[in-house]
Design a protein around this ligand. Sequence first.
Ligand code: AMP
Length: 462
Amino acid sequence: MTMRELNVFAELMLHDRLLKAIDKLGFTQPTPVQQAALPEALNGHDLIVGAETGSGKTLAFVVPMLQHFLDAPAPNTGTRGLILTPTRELAEQVCQAVKDMAAYTRIGVMTVCGGTGFKEQAAEMRKNPEILVATPGRLAEHLERQTLDFDDLEFLVLDEADRMLDMGFRDEVMAIINVCRAERQSMVFSATLTHRGVRALLPEVLNEPKELILNTPQSSQEQIRQQIILADDDKHKERLVEWLLAHETYDKAIIFTNTRDKAQWLAKSLQRQNRRSGVLHGEMSQDERKHVMELMRSGKINILVATDVAARGLDIEGLDLVVNFDMARKGDEHLHRVGRTGRQEREGLAICLIAHNEWNLMASIERYLRLEFERRTIKGVEGSYKGPKKLKASGKAAGSKKKKTDSKGSKKTAANKVRSRDRKQVGKRRSEPAGNSAAPKGPSLGDGSMPMMKRKPKPQAD
Ligand code: AMP
């Protein structure tokens, strides 16, 4: 750390009441994202920050917002600060962080999310809390019905902007931004700054922003061991989960499935095994979700089966095991899942259970993350699937596509298919040989075939 870097909150010249709150929370040292963002934000700059949940990013926008409101009291205005988050759970979490930080002030905050009665919500908003933490859908509804306005808004935050857009909230977010007062300070947080939707949105939200990148997909996982275990099918995966939960060392674990039905099925199976477990998915009511989260936070249960939507942005202390019962469908989703563990200098373990139809997805996620998951087998619970016999250079399974035969019964191989195209001189551009779409675009041998590709060695079980 250089002399110019911050090492204590006190050096930020924060208001005494905020320092007292920080002290009560037991925070002595700003996290890297706080070190980078707080001085800039306290100076009034707009920011775009690349940081994940778990990095301490919430305080990086809550502290400057509260400091600003304490510096310039404005008792008779409407909403002064607005924080948009992708999910209700994250909104609740952020709202709690605001309450904790504003504990010694009179600044009020409320969440505006779906799942709560519209009228009750509107009534509470009339009490005029300075800060709203909202999900875009419900907030846009309030704007439509003219239950609130943002003419006095001084501070706008888009938290987890990439997810908000991935969840399809672009129109709502735009509608909200369009009615916010133009003279304001704004901050955008996103796990990935290369997200095209986020990039396109920035000029609409920020004014001469500073860009702070605190993590890359690769660096955010340094503390996490990532493994794969091959599996035959869901029943086999169920046995693997049973073994892992019985033999791994962990405080709390989260198991991801890709569908609600599977989450429920697995949760029931765990309950039959007398595991202290719960389930969290998008179709549950707000109260049900809250209840499960409380059980998990308090440690009454220590295993959560969840779908992606439900688990977005959750910050659960002591979570050190992530099991992907189903492989995430995209690299970013995988990152968000494994990012639930390995937080705040803790070591985490993330294990993906891979059936044959998930191999290629797993391989493409490895490429995206530029790492190779550790291959692991568990004695006594091995299945019959041993991974693809041959691999392409990309790490995907080779020759997985069925070969078609032509009318004469001879096999239509990639090479002779291209040759017949050449003979007939159909079209000017030569198509790539089938099944080699991920092959390097090396020189052609002149007869339409590709040079022999280097194969990756078959993965070894450890
Ligand atoms: P966040 O990324 O904002 O969700 O924060 C992740 C966790 O880090 C939360 O439980 C915070 O309470 C905690 N946290 C935030 N700032 C600090 C800090 N400076 N020192 C220790 N823990 C922190």
